[in-house]
Design a protein. Structure first.
Lengths: 77, 700
């Protein structure tokens, strides 16, 4: 299969290795944002997408999740 | 004809080989009885004839004259494990003059009786002369003698000539030869495998290089890049607090420094804002700061980058020029030690003659004893970098002057006293919250006096205060901040990392980083890894992880040291490397097709990126690419949507020079391009024909 974000090989999963690893970081990051700011998953994704410190791959994952309207913490492979 | 006779006139002479022409001139001047050696040339190769009892001929090499090359003529097949040392001109197209150089050395060697190696006293210098003596002089390496010096001053050269070592340092040479051979084996095999893989997939020839040291270096830069690419910032909060203390205004810091929950920070602000508190405690302490050790090459490169923005290669070249001008000692050293034999007082006395350093040199000479602060770095061949005491004889460029001053100041600072500062920390209590304020004052400048232009002040003002004194909170606000990704490596920090990981040598590290730039694996001063670089690392990690492992390189470095110590041989080490490489190369060959596909895709993306200038101002969806017209052969900017039949936007381009993207125009917001032409200043153009800036710039 191809990665939903970058067209690289993704094996059986939705994302390639780089975007899978980044997805986990995005999910983990939300726990810290939620605790510190009482923020919803959607707002969180928008804020990290617009933050200049967010890495390119993390922005791509956030953008993809926003477009897809995905809900919080869905398991990815 | 005249030059030819200059060579044939000479008989029964001593032949001294130096590493570079400038060093030959210095050595000839120092050794000639009258300080006026005769300069001659043969086929454009300079050499010097000095008189000192008998006749001494001093001929320079031009750095390495020989290199490792393949026994086979086929330049594409791999694996390849057979090699020999060959003249550099046979391996590199742009090294044609090496042929004349070798011929001249051979001619001068014909009538020579005594051979002396006066190349730089380190691994590379020893190899330069060893190969010249072996191949150009007809196997004279075993009878040659060795001059050892750290500065090119007359005094030291004369001493080195009178007290020359009876033989070359063969263990050092063997270790160096082994390093060159091992690096060649890794470099040629890996590079040919990757290049062949791309050729097989795309049909196009593109050199993709990899090597024993390049691999691990690129791997850890890529590791940092991946962390940055996947970085998710998280918020934290900081309370900016300003208090009034009598007439003074003071910024203080909450004892918690940062808050992970915004509401917590807001609660503190709510409880303290506008309230009064008191000074709870004042603590005074003193700390001392030891003088810095003198420079080794790494710390000089690091300081050169931090203070002046010079890349490590620039600093290294400047330092080398200063060494050849006999102004500083040999710069390619790992030592941070200054032995008394260099003559501390004599150097300082000479520096008294320089108005810029006179005052400082005089104050050091007043000290009853001079003992430099030394670092841990050691080098058996040379001491730390120090000024020779000679003053510049010619007008030096600003960059050379800056590095020379830096070396002089650091040398003097290393003899300075400890600096002492007093530290005051006040604790202020407001509504059960504690805040801290810190002040620092220099009590005794010590060594800082000598190094002042290059060190920022430690002073931080704190108004006078007493315990129980009342303070009023004047302003408090919560500031949101975010965690930051790790910093990118820069030309200085990458060298430090390589040094820490034991990768490369002081002489090779900067060159390896430059190769990564040249191959377009990395870009920018704050190093970014390109897609091609990331892909190459992935290919190497998947197919031959060992060659990207710093461990392998470290083990090899240990083996080189063992050769130097006589505990193993060059042949044994090279044999081991071939045994390691054989299965790696087989694996790469088996996976050539898949590797080729992966690298070709990355190359395609990289090329597209190179050609893309910005987004199309008309359709807003396409990108503007540099395209060449099949009809006219001229280049222009065209929209990528043209091929889908959606957009026909195009713009003319200047036909000369390299075209690079140059961000957005400040006046109209369109993309700008920069034209780079050899020997001319860069030309920035906004390609919007109606840009308001056009009239000003006179661009049509």
């Amino acid at each position: 299969m191809k990665c939903e974000i970058c067209d690289r090989e993704s094996g059986e999963g939705e994302f390639c290795i780089a975007h899978s690893r980044t997805y986990i970081k995005v999910v983990e990051g939300y726990e810290i944002w939620k605790k510190g700011l009482r923020i919803t998953w959607e707002d969180y994704l928008r804020r990290i997408r617009d933050n200049s410190l967010t890495g390119k791959w993390a922005k791509e994952v956030a953008e993809y999740l926003i477009d897809k309207g995905e809900e919080e913490n869905v398991e990815k492979s | 004809m005249k030059q030819k006779s200059a060579v044939s006139e000479l008989e029964d002479r001593t032949l001294i080989i130096t590493e570079k022409p400038d060093a030959a001139a210095r050595i000839a001047n120092a050794l000639d009885e009258n300080g006026k050696p005769r300069k001659a040339t043969d086929s454009g190769v300079p050499f010097y004839i000095a008189r000192r009892g008998g006749e001494i001929v001093i001929v320079p090499a031009l750095g390495h004259l020989y290199t490792v090359g393949s026994l086979e003529k086929d330049r594409k097949s791999y694996p390849i494990f057979e090699y020999k040392w060959i003249p550099l001109c046979e391996a590199e197209r742009n090294a044609k003059r090496i042929h004349a150089w070798i011929a001249t050395i051979s001619k001068l060697a014909e009538n020579a009786e005594i051979f002396i190696d006066a190349c730089d006293y380190d691994v590379e210098g020893s190899i330069v002369s060893y190969n010249a003596l072996k191949f150009a002089c007809g196997e004279k390496q075993n009878s040659a003698k060795r001059m050892k010096f750290s500065t090119l001053t007359k005094h030291e050269i004369e001493n080195a000539y009178l007290d020359k070592k009876p033989t070359l340092d063969f263990s050092l040479i063997d270790a160096g030869l082994a390093r060159h051979e091992v690096d060649w084996l890794y470099g040629v095999n890996l590079s040919r495998a990757l290049t062949a893989a791309v050729k097989r997939n795309s049909g196009a020839y593109t050199t993709i290089s990899a090597g024993r040291v390049q691999g691990p270096t690129l791997r850890f830069i890529a590791g940092r890049e991946k962390t940055i690419l996947g970085f998710v910032p998280t918020p934290f909060w900081f309370i900016r607090t300003v208090v009034e203390l009598g007439d003074a205004i003071l910024e203080v810091e909450h004892e918690k420094k940062t808050f992970n929950v915004k509401e917590e920070a807001e609660r503190v602000v709510k409880s303290c804002e506008g309230k009064r508190g008191r000074v709870e405690a004042i603590e005074n302490s003193e700390f001392t700061l030891a003088p810095p050790p003198p420079f080794d090459l790494g710390s000089l490169q690091s300081e050169g980058y931090k203070l002046f923005g010079f890349t490590p290669i620039q600093t290294s070249k400047i330092a080398q020029r200063l060494y050849l001008d006999a102004l500083i000692s040999y710069p390619r050293t790992s030592s941070q030690k200054l032995p008394p034999a260099i003559g501390y007082r004599a150097i300082l006395k000479n520096l008294l003659k320089d108005p810029e350093h006179e005052e400082f040199a005089a104050s050091l000479l007043d000290k009853p004893a001079l003992k430099p602060q030394e670092g841990k770095g050691e080098d058996t061949a040379h001491p730390a970098i120090y000024p020779s005491g000679n003053l510049p004889e010619r007008t030096h460029g600003k960059a050379e002057r800056k590095i020379w001053n830096l070396v002089v100041r650091k040398f003097m600072a290393s003899f300075g006293d400890h600096a002492t500062s007093s530290n005051t920390e006040a604790t202020i209590e407001v509504e059960g919250n504690r805040f801290h304020a810190t002040g620092v004052k220099t009590v005794n400048e010590g060594w800082i006096r000598y190094y002042k232009p290059y060190i920022s002040s430690f002073t931080k003002f704190l108004p006078p205060m007493k315990e129980t004194e009342v303070v009023k909170v004047r302003r408090m606000e919560v500031e949101e901040r975010f965690t930051r990704p790790p910093p990118r490596y820069n030309p200085s920090t990458i060298l430090k990392k390589m040094q820490k990981e034991g990768i490369g040598t002081k002489a090779t590290r900067a060159g390896i980083v430059q190769t990564l730039y040249d191959r377009k694996f990395i870009r920018e001063r704050n190093i970014e890894v390109t897609e091609l670089g990331l892909e190459v690392v992935d290919v190497l990690v998947t197919n031959c992880p060992a060659v990207t492992s710093p461990r392998l390189t470290r083990i090899l470095e240990e083996k080189m040291t063992r050769i130097q110590n006589g505990k193993t041989t060059r042949e044994e080490v090279v044999r081991g490397v071939i045994e390691t490489l054989r299965p790696i190369m087989e694996n790469l060959k088996d996976n050539e097709q898949e590797i080729g596909k992966q690298l070709s895709q990355a190359l395609g993306k990289a090329r597209l990126k190179d050609r893309a200038i910005g987004s199309c101002p008309t359709c807003k969806t396409g990108r503007l690419l540099i395209v060449r017209s099949k009809k006219t052969g001229k280049r222009f900017l065209g929209c990528t949507q043209y091929f889908e039949g959606n957009c026909r936007t195009s713009f003319p381009l200047p036909q000369q020079g390299l075209v690079r993207s140059s961000g957005l125009c400040r006046l109209c917001g369109w993309s700008k391009i920069r034209i780079l032409r050899k020997g001319k200043l860069p030309w920035n153009i906004c390609f919007n024909p109606r840009c308001p800036g056009k009239k000003k710039e006179g661009f049509k």
